[in-house]
Design a protein around this ligand. Structure first.
Ligand code: XUL
Ligand code: CO
Length: 443
């Protein structure tokens, strides 16, 4: 007995296929450069959106038709595990991710929550013995329960800080048990609503204390996963401390944490911060801090975190460009922190959504790989900055100038020549790479 009985294993059928339950562009074993698509893309299914969420929004009840809805409590949690591994297998998903409360219901007490978690973790571990799907990361949900209303590590209540520490301690133990490649910290309520009641310095100092204690405990139990911070500027907090990569990086540097963390970059969080997805990936990359990706997209007409499945090929191309320039994601992956729309309520939609996301990143990978092979941006950029590799520019770079010398040089200048930035030409070039990525797979 299965949960998705009408669906077989999703196969790559190529761009001509009209089968909605087939990959058109994602061909797991196809080599792009020195790695297969599967190795480049390291796709992951997010447990919360796909198995736990019911489609409820602030204006209406859940809509999702799910074969496990007929159960409740721990029975439902167990049914979800069965369904999850069926879906992972049918998509041949290399990874999955979860929060503690996605997989097991919270009990009346912390002890009871631990017991529920232990039961489900044991079940997941059994499934993982025969499944090829691994755990990309797990995390603790420290934002849903009312106790976290003032935050978790940045709360005004010491008891809540202790409770949050216990949840992360348990999360690291669970991560170790299941062989997690990473552990994620997303500070949903680590921020403030108003400065009128907030001791920001104490809250930030406490957040750093919390991270140091988490690192100490990971060392103590020999948890070898990578620690990731997932920046987001707002929602649910009005102002979240991990606003974006640049802000979070300066926090990590101030508290001597930068060598122990990387970033999990989410597309829709980037746009909420007023950045592009590629800006956040780029900022992380040039600082050696790009760890993993929550692959989704926002809606330009809506100002909140819509978590749509990624289908914008321009964005997946520029994202894959950054990831390839980073020489891949290492222990990280492309986690679909994405949900089907409230009115895409059939179980089939879960497959359509993942197929769409996987195909979109496969196209992005192909286009970006070719752009890099041909060095179209690299050549343009190195030419654009050529003035810094000769003459006065070279002296600036080599530290051989000062303001006296530069002033003397500037006084001797008659005409300063500037060159065009050629943005439109570059954009048109990217379009042709995207179209070629399509036509390549058609032959
Ligand atoms: C919320 C979000 C989270 C994190 C994990 O916007 O992205 O699901 O990815 O807590
Ligand atoms: Co996320």
């Amino acid at each position: 007995m299965g949960y998705f009985n009408n669906i077989n294993r999703i196969q790559y059928e190529g761009a001509q296929s009209t089968n909605p339950f087939a990959f058109k562009y994602y061909n797991p074993n196809e080599k792009i450069g020195h790695k297969t698509m599967k190795e480049h893309l390291r796709f992951s299914v997010a447990y919360w959106h796909t198995f736990t969420a019911d489609g409820a929004d602030p204006f209406g009840a859940g809509t999702m038709i799910r074969p496990w809805s007929e159960y409740s409590g721990m029975d439902q949690a167990k049914a979800r595990v069965e369904a999850a591994f069926e879906l992972f297998d049918k998509l041949d998903a290399p990874f999955f991710c979860f929060h503690d409360v996605d997989i097991a219901p919270e009990g009346e007490t912390l002890k009871e929550s631990y017991n529920n978690l232990d039961t489900i973790v044991k079940m997941i571990k059994d499934y993982m013995k025969t499944s090829s799907t691994k755990l990309l990361w797990n995390t603790a949900n420290m934002f849903t329960h009312p106790r976290f209303t003032h935050g978790a590590a940045t709360t005004s209540e010491a008891d809540v800080f202790a409770y949050a520490a216990a949840k992360v301690k348990k999360g690291l133990e669970v991560g170790k048990e299941l062989g997690a490649e990473n552990y994620v910290f997303w500070g949903g309520r680590e921020g403030y609503e108003t400065l009128l009641n907030t001791d920001m310095k104490l809250e930030l100092d406490n957040l750093a204390r919390f991270f140091h204690m988490a690192l100490d405990y990971a060392n103590e139990i020999n948890f070898t996963g990578q620690f990731l911070i997932e920046p987001k500027p707002k929602e649910p907090s009005k102002h979240q401390y991990d606003f974006d990569v640049a802000t979070s990086l300066s926090f990590l540097q101030k508290y001597d944490l930068q060598n122990h963390f990387k970033f999990n970059i989410e597309a829709n969080h980037a746009t909420l911060a007023g950045h592009t997805f590629e800006h956040e990936l780029h900022t992380a990359r040039i600082n050696g801090m790009l760890g993993s990706v929550d692959a989704n997209q926002g809606d330009t007409l809506l100002g909140w975190d819509t978590d749509e499945f990624p289908t914008d090929l321009y964005s997946t191309t520029l994202a894959m460009y950054e990831i390839l320039k980073n020489d891949g994601l290492g222990k990280g992956g492309l986690n679909f922190d994405a949900k089907v729309r409230r009115n895409s309520f059939d179980p089939d939609d879960l497959f359509h959504a993942h197929i769409a996301g996987m195909d979109s990143f496969a196209i992005g990978l192909k286009a970006a790989h070719q752009m890099l092979e041909d060095r179209i941006l690299e050549n343009f950029i190195s030419d654009r900055y050529r003035s810094f590799s000769e003459g006065i520019g070279k002296e600036i770079i080599e530290g051989k100038t000062d303001f006296h010398k530069l002033e003397k040089y500037a006084l001797g200048l008659n005409d300063i020549e500037t060159k065009s930035g050629r943005m439109e030409k570059l954009k048109a070039e990217i379009n042709s790479y995207l179209l070629n990525a399509f036509s390549n797979v058609r032959v």
